[in-house]
Each structure stands twice: as structure tokens, then as C-alpha cells.
Design a protein around this ligand. Structure first.
Ligand SMILES: Nc1ncnc2c1ncn2[C@@H]1O[C@H](COP(=O)(O)OP(=O)(O)O)[C@@H](O)[C@H]1O
Ligand SMILES: [Mg+2]
Length: 204
């Protein structure tokens, strides 16, 4: 049986990385095979593109083209083969992030993004998207405590408010795929939401 494709979304500092490994451990403890990966990245080529996107200066269209190029390689050579052999794929960010960051954050044309999405994904969509939603100000506080910002993390609160609105629009357009989590809650309460959401799917 084919594996399930679960994506983790939300602004920087929302808690995606904190929960992806926990979910992998939880699924493996139930005897499931799991691949944990991320975007942009997940293959040698896509990780090289990630370095460029996160650290070189470029316009929004170039960013969008590079992340979709990375996604194409990632889907073809890693995600699709893993799903086909029955592994679940947990991916830290996917196409919703492109709509949120390049579309919402940078104001790039969402129709062009939809065209690229169609070309690159050929109809493939995540089975479930966990959106870790929280106010931009709280995410900024969490990030400041721990890390050195990349090109996106260095953006101001207004940028992250637009990114959050971009996610909200994607969630509203596909409510069956999205699960909106209240990521402002303490870590353990957010984990309870993750676990309950995944467990409630009719797949197990
Ligand atoms: N619910 C939470 N409450 C408090 N701190 C959190 C919570 N979730 C994550 N953090 C902390 O916030 C920081 C960013 O979390 P992280 O999982 O790296 O976010 P993301 O991967 O979404 O950018 C980390 O230091 C993490 O420990
Ligand atoms: Mg992270």
C-alpha cells in the first residue's frame, strides 16, 4: 500500500521542526516506515538550490522558480519513490509555503504559482497538511531566543503577517487537506493536537 504524504507548514518559529521528528518516532513505534525530509531541499540538487534561495539576493520570481525546480527533483527522486514503496513522507514545508512566502510575503502572482504547481506536481498533493498557526509576534520571540536569521527569517513582522495570511487563504481553499493547529499553545499541548489529528485520519 502506498504511504501517506504529510506536510508541516507555518511561519518561521511556529514549531514545525520541533514536531516532525516526534511524529516520525510515534509512527515508527507503530511499525510504520517513515521518511523525514524538508523543502526547499531533500535531495543533493535541491539542497544546493536551498542554499542559494536562503542566502543569495534575488527577486520573487527567481525564488519561486528555484523552489519549484528543487521541488521537482525532490518529488521525482525521493518523495514519489518513498510513497510508492509504502513509506510515509513527513515534509517540513511544501508548496503551501511557496504560496505563503513568495505569494503572500513577497506579493508574487498566485496564478503563476498555480501554473508552476500544476506542471511540477502533476496532481500530487499532500494527504494531510498540518498548519502550525500563531501570531507573527510570538514566532519572532521564539526565533530570537535561538537562531541566526536567514534571508526569510530576517524579514519584519509585517512580512510574516502577510505570510500567515497566505497560509490562511490556502487553508480556506482546501479545508479537507488542512488541519489548523493552535501553535501558540505550550509545546506539549501542540503535540497533543498533532497526535490527535493524525490518529483521527481513517488510514491506520
Ligand atoms: N509550543 C511551543 N512553545 C514554546 N516554544 C516553542 C513551541 N514550539 C516551538 N518552540 C520553540 O521555538 C523555537 C522554534 O521552533 P521550531 O520547531 O524550530 O520552529 P519552525 O521549525 O517552525 O521554524 C524552538 O526553540 C522551539 O523549541
Ligand atoms: Mg524549522
Amino acid at each position: 500500500m502506498s504511504g501517506r504524504f504529510i506536510t508541516f507548514e507555518g511561519i518561521d518559529g511556529a514549531g514545525k521542526s520541533s514536531h516532525i521528528e516526534a511524529l516520525a518516532l510515534w509512527l515508527r513505534a507503530r511499525g510504520q516506515r517513515v521518511v523525514v525530509t524538508r523543502e526547499p531541499g531533500g535531495t543533493e540538487l535541491a539542497e544546493a538550490l536551498r542554499e542559494l534561495v536562503l542566502h543569495r539576493s534575488m527577486d520573487a520570481m527567481t525564488e519561486a522558480l528555484l523552489v519549484f525546480a528543487a521541488r521537482r527533483d525532490h518529488l521525482r527522486t525521493r518523495i514519489e519513490p518513498a510513497l510508492a514503496e509504502g513509506s510515509h513522507v513527513l515534509c517540513d514545508r511544501f508548496t503551501d509555503a511557496t504560496f505563503a512566502y513568495q505569494g503572500g510575503g513577497r506579493g508574487f502572482d498566485a496564478e503563476v504559482l498555480q501554473t508552476l504547481e500544476g506542471w511540477v506536481q502533476q496532481g500530487r498533493q499532500p494527504d494531510l497538511t498540518l498548519w502550525f498557526d500563531l501570531p507573527a509576534s510570538l514566532a519572532a520571540q521564539r526565533r530570537q531566543a535561538v537562531r541566526r536569521p536567514d534571508r526569510f527569517e530576517a524579514e519584519d513582522e509585517a512580512f510574516f503577517a502577510r505570510v500567515r495570511a497566505g497560509y490562511a487563504a490556502r487553508a480556506a481553499a482546501d479545508p479537507g487537506r488542512f488541519s489548523v493547529l493552535d501553535a501558540a499553545q505550550p509545546l506539549d499541548a501542540v503535540w497533543q493536537q498533532v497526535q490527535a489529528t493524525v490518529e483521527a485520519r481513517p488510514w491506520w
